[in-house]
Each structure stands twice: as C-alpha cells, then as structure tokens.
Design a protein around this ligand. Structure first.
Ligand code: ASP
Length: 439
C-alpha cells in the first residue's frame, strides 16, 4: 500500500506537534510520501510563518529593515530543531533567503520558504529523501497546473523514490521562478503527489476529527461525518464549510483515490472519508449543513411574465451587464426572484435596476437585504420521504420565517433562505431534528 500524508500548519507548529506527526508516520510503513505545510499557529493569537514571510518580504521590497521579522521566523524553526534534538542548522538557508529578499526574488518565493524549510526539517527528522517541488511541479501560462509536465516528471522521480518529503504549496512558474498555489495550497500538492504515485489513499491531517456536520462556531461539538462524497463536499464547501482547498479534489478524483481527513491530536479517530461514490448509508438522513450570510433578493413582478419568451434571459442580462453573478432564481407565475451577494451587488444596485426597467418594464421591483442561505446537503435525501417536511416543521417550531426554498435538481441539497438574524437558529433547528433527535 502507498499512502500520501499531508500535515497542515497547526500539526507542525512546534516540536511537540512534530513529534506527534513523527509517531503517526512511523506507526504505519505505508505512509511513504509526506507533504508538510509551514508552521502554523501555536495558540489563537500566534502568527503563521507564511504570514510572517509575506510581511517580511513586503518590508524588504519597500527597502525597510526586515531583520527583526526574519529573526522571528528563524526562531520558530530553531525552536523546532532544538525541541526535536536534531543536528541541523538552517543558517546557510537563511542567508540565501536574506539575499534573495534583498534582490526581490518575488512574493511567491518568499511565501514558499515556510514549506521549504519545514520540509528540510521533516526529511531530516524522518530520514526520508527531500524533494524540492520547484523541480517537479510546474505551472502553465494561465497560472493553472501544467498537468502533463508535472505528472511526467514527478511520477518518474517518485517511482524511483521509496520514501520522500515534498513541501506543499509551491512549484515552478513558466519563468522558472517559484510560484505558489493560493492560500491553503499544500492540500493541492498532497493531491497531486497522491495522483502521481497512484496512492491507495490521501490522508490529510489537520486539527479536527474530520468534516463536521455543522459549523462548530454555531453548534457545540458537532458530529464528524464518516463518509462524504466529492459532490456533497463541494456543496458544503461552496456554502462556507472550510475543509480542504477547493482545487485539492480534482487530481485525486480523476484517479478514484479517497481522501481521509484525520486529526493529528487524536490519531485514534477514524476521521472523514471523502469518496467518489459509496453505498455506505449516511448515519443521519442529512450529511451536513452549511450556510452563508449577506445575500439580497430582488423580486421582479410583471403580469403575464410567464408567457413572455426570453423574460428570464433579459432579467439575468441586467445583472450580467454589471458583472454581478446570481446564486439562485426561484420563480412564481408573475414573479421572479434573483438572489445575489450583497457586497457584490450594493455598488451596482442602481445600474442593475436601471437595466431591469429598460429591458423588462416590470410592474414592480422589491428588494430585501440581510438574507442568509442555508444548504442542507445529503445523498440520503433522494431516497427518504419527508426530509423537506421535517426541515420546515423544525424551522416553524423555532420561529424562523422561511424566505425561499430551492431543492437542487440533483436532490442532493435543499437551500433555504432566511433572514440573517435567524441564521444560527435555523442551523441549530435543522441540526437538532436530524442529528440530536435523529428524526
Ligand atoms: N502555508 C500556506 C498557507 O498558510 C499553505 C498551506 O498551509 O497550505 O496558506
């Protein structure tokens, strides 16, 4: 078996955390390819090394003295090295970094050093080979991964390498310089490595015991989800559940490699399996609940609207012209409502309204702001009667007024619009009915 294991920043924030990671890797000889992030936060008010690097580089570019921040970064690594009792010095690496900062090597280069240095420490600690992704992961002109070149080179190299540490988050741009993925991109590196070695599983180690049924800031100790499909996860992530970097799904998905989200601080927990499809019945009727605040609904009223060919298109064009994307568009006989993001819409409101008046001559336009959308997601809903009924009776009992209902055509989700002030109450009511009471 071949396992690719990625560890997030909080799993590698200190020597103590590094030791936990070491034990996890050494307890299973199949954990052959290791992707480290940069050291993250050790406590709530701490700063991630990646953020320190961005700050340090900014100072360097503006010609300010950046030695203090660079020393702070050095300290973080030295603490780890000493805590692990390693015979390793990063002094030479730091002098190269200092010179490169002075020479304005680039923001991406700067940020990538967090993973690079952590990779060196990890490789030494585990006695694994260190592989610098700048030589094996390539970007294209458009900033996306150059798949052909990457898989060819990385695949060849890893086929010859029994065990390796490959720092996350960066690769090589078309100009030959270091280029990073967007923030949280070590997840993507892990997925690329898993695909390159055709791993049996991609383990993504973090500080929670898997994907949670609901946001822990709203629900106290929410249950973790055992198994979630890629599609369900996509719905949940889109609606605000932060689990994995969005782009981390694609490489493994094409190979059918499952992802297992695990907790470094509780390795005994099984975590969540993210899979293409499964016959595993979800523990509850729903898989998860997520939601976002800050939407506006624009309701356009016009008698006989339904019989006018092209009405919907014209309405959407009024938004398109101003570059506003829409989230949902439920309709009635003589009304059509468009849901958009409040922050994106606000400055363009009057222009959109003018477009609407000109193109569809509505009888009336009504707008309501401060709305939330709550997504109830679950592959089990398709085969279960009365899910919607239970959701709405729970909301009614909790005194939540439902503003909109939209069941996705895949029957994988039901989206509910409520006022922002009812957002938390709505999520609690839905969680309770399906998970706590288990109706
Ligand atoms: N260190 C990078 C960040 O903070 C990448 C990562 O952790 O995945 O975004």
């Amino acid at each position: 078996m071949k396992k690719v294991v990625k560890f997030g920043g909080s799993s590698l924030a200190s020597a103590e955390q590094f030791k936990k990671v070491g034990n996890i890797i050494m307890s299973d000889p199949d954990r052959k390819y290791v992707i480290p992030s940069a050291p993250g936060k050790r406590f709530t008010k701490d700063t991630k090394v990646t953020d320190l690097l961005y700050r340090c580089y900014e100072a360097a570019v503006s010609g300010e003295d950046f030695s203090e921040t660079l020393n702070q970064i050095k300290e973080r690594y030295n603490e780890i090295i000493q805590g692990l009792g390693l015979d390793l010095s990063l002094d030479d690496e730091f002098s190269v970094i200092e010179t490169s900062f002075k020479n304005k090597e680039g923001k991406d280069y700067a940020a990538s050093r967090g993973e690079y240095l952590n990779g060196i420490i990890m490789a030494k600690y585990l006695d694994y080979e260190f592989i610098d992704p700048v030589n094996y992961i390539f970007f294209s002109e458009n900033g996306r991964l150059n798949q052909e070149k990457t898989y060819k080179n990385l695949g060849k190299k890893l086929a010859k390498t029994e065990r390796a540490v490959i720092p996350g988050f960066y690769g090589c741009g078309v100009d030959g310089k270091v280029q990073t993925f967007s923030r949280g991109g070590s997840d993507v590196t892990g997925s690329i490595v898993a695909k390159a070695v055709i791993a049996d599983i991609y383990e993504n180690w973090t500080d929670v015991s898997g994907v949670l049924v609901a946001d822990p800031r709203i629900i106290e100790n929410p249950k973790p989800i055992d198994t979630v499909t890629y599609k369900e996860l996509r719905e949940l992530s889109y609606m605000g559940a932060s689990v994995l970097h969005e782009d981390a799904i694609f490489p493994v998905r094409t190979e059918g490699i499952p992802i297992n989200i695990r907790n470094t601080n509780r390795p005994e927990d099984k975590g969540t399996f993210i899979v293409e499809s499964t016959c595993v019945k979800p523990e509850y009727t729903i898989t998860g609940i997520a939601g976002k605040k800050g939407f506006v609904s624009i309701t356009i009223e016009k008698d006989m609207m339904n019989s006018q060919v092209g009405f919907g298109r014209k309405v959407l064009e009024a938004f398109e012209k101003e570059g506003v994307s829409f989230e949902h568009m439920p309709s009635g006989i003589d009304t059509l409502t468009v849901f958009v993001h409040q922050d994106e819409f606000q400055q363009k409101e009057q222009a959109v309204l003018a477009n609407l008046h000109r193109s569809v001559h509505p009888d009336a336009i009504e707008m309501e702001g401060d709305l939330s959308l709550v997504a109830v997601v679950g592959r089990g809903m398709k085969a279960t009667r009365g899910t919607a009924g239970r959701i709405f009776s729970a909301l009614a009992h909790a005194n939540v007024n439902v503003k909109m209902i939209d069941q996705g055509s895949s029957e994988l989700n039901i989206i509910i619009g409520v006022q922002d002030k009812d957002f938390e109450t709505a999520i609690k009511a839905i969680y309770d009915i399906f998970v706590t009471i288990r109706l």
